[in-house]
Design a protein around this ligand. Structure first.
Ligand code: FPP
Length: 227
């Protein structure tokens, strides 16, 4: 397929509703969501997407019940451990955007190990947004710049201080489950992104639907303000 987006970012929404619909617990919904994530990582790599960012846990998600939070971090640990060999074999570099601060120590250790072990892989980068808030990211950048004593901030200088400093902006942002919002995700970076929204709940999101969205993206005419 031609015109594959270099960077796809996904808001994986609807695990809870999927669980309810299927008479399962919310945590089982997230487990099914993690299976979907794996499928989409594979499809992305096969199609030649170079950067895939998945919104796994927002800064606002701390408001959820403690059991759900613990379950989600446990799932992330399991994902890293289970998928490490495949990431090594398939050349997937693992990375994270967000704030390390509140991440439980055990999860932090596993995430850091996965980042370190995969750092030389170069076929695709899988980025999980964890404990991520775009507004906090922007404020953090502003504060770093104030501290550095610069008198004037340029776009380039600003970008260099974002969590995404070594990544291209997302070309395509997908959100599942029928919600039409960005929810504090990559606000600065989304300036020229194309958007795709689907009613499908994240655990039901298949490689085929993903390919349809990629196909549709390839047919769009991106003008970046030009004509
Ligand atoms: C949104 O659904 C989903 C999340 C807040 C968590 C996303 C996490 C995963 C898909 C699992 C872990 C991921 C990886 C990569 C291992 P929701 O709970 O807000 O759903 P609802 O709006 O229907 O309640």
């Amino acid at each position: 397929m031609k015109d594959i987006p270099n960077h796809v970012a996904i808001i994986m929404d609807g695990n809870g509703r999927w669980a309810k619909k299927n008479g399962l617990t919310r945590l089982e919904g997230h487990k099914a969501g993690a299976r979907s994530a794996k499928n989409i990582v594979t499809a992305s790599r096969e199609k030649g997407v170079k950067y895939l960012t998945l919104y796994a846990f927002s800064y606002e998600n701390w408001k959820r019940p403690k059991t759900e939070i613990i379950g989600l971090f446990h799932l992330l640990e399991t994902y890293c451990k289970k998928e490490l060999s495949e990431m090594m074999e398939k050349g997937i570099e693992f990375n994270l955007i967000g704030e390390w601060g509140k991440i439980p120590p055990k999860t932090k250790k596993i995430l850091k190990e996965t980042i370190r072990k995969t750092e030389n892989n170069n076929k695709m980068r899988l980025i999980l947004a964890i404990n991520y808030s775009s507004r906090r990211e922007i404020l953090n950048t502003v504060n770093i710049l104030i501290k550095s004593g610069v008198k004037r901030v340029t776009e380039k200088g600003f970008i260099r201080r974002l969590f995404t400093y070594d990544m291209p902006d997302p070309d395509l942002i997908i959100r599942t489950s029928g919600e039409l919002r960005l929810s504090n995700f990559l606000l600065w970076q989304a300036a020229y992104a194309e958007f795709a929204f689907t009613e499908t709940l994240w655990p039901d999101f298949t490689g085929d639907e993903y390919l349809e969205i990629l196909q549709n993206f390839a047919e769009r005419n991106r003008r970046y303000g030009g004509i």
